[in-house]
Write a protein that binds this ligand. Structure first.
Ligand code: DGJ
Length: 734
């Protein structure tokens, strides 16, 4: 059915079933439905969220489903958890919202439904909004809050959305972690009481917990079976997710900006827009939920989500701050010779009065350190051109050091509490710039604009952010509005990103924040990818990338081959395994190639060539996670399948090694049972091919039986080690 027809039908449904006093609102994606009851003058209530309803089911929904206020407001039912709590100028702390009208419109393959609510007494308005994508099973929910009261109204709580989830055996999957250990999966059954997942960093928001969750509705989470609701808050700042489990038979799920220390004074006619909560529903388990998020992300949420990413070498772990012209040229030559497409010069290239020798100075002074780079960025760009690759550069534009020319000139630009000494960050001198201040926004835009104007050939920016807000205080905001700091910081950040994107739409930008501090859908419309973690240890990456893939597609997950022993865990992992893990994300390298043997370089060169073949499948394909590393079965495995199901890439990484340990035989998923696939091993190091190399199997066989993967590599005795991994490429035989 074409889009126009579908939309007309949708609008038709809205009108046909809705009388003036009993109107139901249907919000639909290809495979899901969300139904609200929106009687004019009455309450807006949820009736249903789940798999797509038939017309008959829609008609009879009200006889079976219980209703829940769709955007619960505080004051007239005080004991319950709420989404919105305000204080009117006269001191009244209550709200009573009623439906004014419902509108629907279509744009860019999405239908947006807005239910306008008004307080029964006060001129206080809330638009409850839903954007239903017609090419991805995601519904984004958010609100717009405004009023026409004479004096400002204080918003004390302002969630983006609320969703009631029927109590049963519901399990929550969410991510937690810390620096070097991002994206760890935590799974737990939801029990009575309140579960809160929140962030208070101020700048980054995914180092600890994440603003995305999955609810498995039928008991212990399964990857490829069971009904799942996924939720991702699209916000770059402090967030709070609450799940209140009640004896009323429901889990009450709220998500939005963390209101702690952030009460917001809303002026007359000002619009307060909450960030979107992206909801998805899948009857194909956690992996099904992930596939929905990934598709939506690639099509609508991620910068350049359908453009394949370049294979790069980043200089950080190779040379750290030891940047110089010859060294950069050598690294560029090396990555080019291995087939790479881009070189990124990391930290350490800038600072004039205060050259950046380590992390204790220079942030803010984005001029080339001529003692390190006498030929400047022009020289580096010329080198890149000579080697036939692109060039990228690291910046950390939201920050300064107190040892910098910027701080000397603009001490008023930093976030600082009045009357207090500064609490300093990294290097003992780092400070955060006050993005609430438009002058700071202009300055940060100019950092990028100046670089891109002077050096338009720059292809890629790694945008880092290595400090939390440690001092609550904006030198720009008025003293009455200090509690707006966290919100205004992220509004300012978004404004800068929008300006950069409108002037430089083609630039590739990585969101890095001390590793994976900015894996969130608030930043991703402006960023092409994020750095999953500063921890590049391949074994630990299996766990971190597994968790991160719940919500984010491989195309957005920067995953680099690094040195052995690893610089974070000091573990020595063979190159083959390091390659096989990195190749399951956006492949890159984070190593000094000068220190690699010719044999190692040849292995990487081969891997890069093979990755180019599978890149479309990895970066645009559908994920099927097969065996979780968290299940401690000694192996982890996942695969990506091309949308046409004619190609697939299967990954198998051993995570433990004990004699006579029995590893499970992994059944594949996502293939077409009737198609025949030829199996070919990539990155092969064995002296003899696998038994099934070049053989053909039906999708049915591969999904019912899987292939028996040898536990060890068949290599010369002195090359044996305890690691083992396989990457298999499956191509349909026609
Ligand atoms: C933190 C990042 O996560 C690293 O990759 C690196 O860019 C350093 N900052 C540079 O200071």
């Amino acid at each position: 059915m074409d889009f126009k027809k579908r939309t007309n039908l949708f609008l038709g449904a809205l009108l046909l079933t809705g009388g003036l006093f009993a109107q139901n609102v249907y919000v639909s994606t290809p495979n899901t439905s969300l139904v609200l009851s929106a009687p004019e003058g009455g309450k807006l209530e949820y009736l249903y969220y789940g798999s797509k309803l038939s017309d008959v089911d829609m008609q009879n929904l009200e006889t079976v489903e219980s209703k829940h206020t769709a955007y619960p407001e505080y004051g007239m039912n005080c004991p319950t958890e709420t989404a919105l709590a305000v204080k009117h100028a006269d001191g009244n702390m209550t709200l009573q919202l009623q439906v004014l009208k419902v509108t629907a419109s279509e744009e860019n393959n999405a239908v947006t439904t807005v239910v306008s609510l008004k307080d029964k007494v006060y001129p206080f308005f809330v638009n409850v909004c839903y954007r239903a994508w017609q090419d991805a099973d995601v519904i984004e929910a958010w609100t717009e809050i405004s009023h026409q009261e004479k004096k400002p109204v204080v918003l004390n709580q302002f969630a983006s959305a609320y969703l009631p989830i029927r109590r049963g055996e519901v399990w929550l999957s969410h991510l937690y972690g810390s620096w070097g250990n991002e994206g760890r999966v935590s799974q737990e059954p939801l029990a009575s009481g309140m579960k809160v997942i929140k962030n208070k960093d101020g700048v980054r928001n995914s180092h600890t917990s994440h603003a995305e969750v999955m609810f498995s509705l039928d008991g212990r989470p399964q990857e490829n079976a069971g009904n799942v609701i996924g939720a991702a808050l699209c916000y770059s700042g402090n967030y709070k997710l609450r799940i209140d489990t009640h004896d009323d038979g429901y889990h009450h799920f709220f998500a939005g900006i963390n209101e702690e220390n952030s009460a917001y004074t809303l002026k007359k006619d000002e619009l307060f827009r909450t960030p979107e909560l992206a909801l998805t529903y899948s009857s194909e388990g956690l992996s099904g939920g992930s596939r929905n998020f990934h598709r939506w992300a690639r099509l609508h949420k991620l910068a350049h989500g359908t453009t394949p990413r370049k294979i790069l070498l980043n200089s950080w772990e190779g040379v750290y701050f030891d940047i110089n012209q010859e060294g950069m040229d050598q690294m560029m030559a090396d990555i080019a010779s291995m087939g790479g497409e881009l070189f990124v010069m990391d930290d350490g290239w800038f600072g004039d009065k205060y050259p950046r020798k380590n992390d204790s100075s220079s942030l803010g002074d984005w001029t080339v350190d001529k003692s390190k780079l006498p030929k400047g960025i022009d020289g580096l760009l010329a080198d890149a051109k000579k080697h036939g690759i692109k060039f990228g550069i690291w910046i950390e534009p939201e920050m300064a050091n107190t040892v910098s020319e910027l701080y000397e000139q603009h001490p008023e630009w930093v976030i600082k509490a009045p009357e207090r000494d500064l609490v300093l960050g990294r290097g003992g001198t780092q400070v955060v710039l006050d993005l609430a201040n438009p002058a700071v926004q202009d300055y940060i835009f100019k950092v990028v604009d100046d670089l891109m104007t002077a050096y338009p050939a720059i292809d890629y920016i790694k945008w880092d952010a290595n400090m939390s807000i440690m001092n609550h205080g904006s030198q720009y905001l008025t003293k009455d509005n200090q509690s707006h700091l966290y919100i205004e910081y992220h509004r300012g950040f978004e404004k800068v990103c929008q300006r950069i994107r409108s002037k430089y739409p083609d630039l590739t930008i990585q969101a890095c924040a001390s590793g994976g501090g900015r894996a969130n859908y608030g930043v991703l419309p402006y960023f092409d990818e994020f750095w999953v973690s500063d921890n590049t240890d391949a074994l630990q990456r299996v766990y971190m990338q597994w968790g991160t893939s719940y919500f984010f597609p491989a195309i957005a997950m920067a995953s680099h081959i690094s040195a052995a022993p690893n610089h974070q865990t000091f573990r020595t992992i063979p190159l083959k395994y390091r390659i096989d893990v990195a190749m399951s994300g956006r492949l890159g390298m984070e190593i000094q190639p000068k220190n690699m043997t010719e044999g190692e370089k040849a292995l990487c060169k081969n891997a890069i060539a093979e990755y180019k073949t599978i890149r479309p499948v990895v970066q645009m394909g559908d994920i099927y996670r097969l065996i979780s590393p968290y299940d401690n079965k000694g192996v982890a495995s996942l695969m990506y399948v091309a949308p046409q199901k004619d190609k697939a890439v299967f990954y198998w990484w051993k995570t433990e090694h004990f004699c006579n340990q029995h590893l499970p035989r992994v059944k594949m998923a996502g293939l077409c049972p009737d198609k025949y696939y030829k199996v070919h091993e990539l990155n092969r190091i064995d002296n003899v091919p696998l038994n099934f190399e070049g053989k053909v199997f039906s999708g049915a066989y591969l999904m019912t039986n899987g292939l028996e993967i040898p536990y060890n590599h068949r290599v010369d005795y002195h090359k044996q080690n305890d690691y083992s991994s396989r990457v298999l490429y499956l191509e349909e035989m026609k």
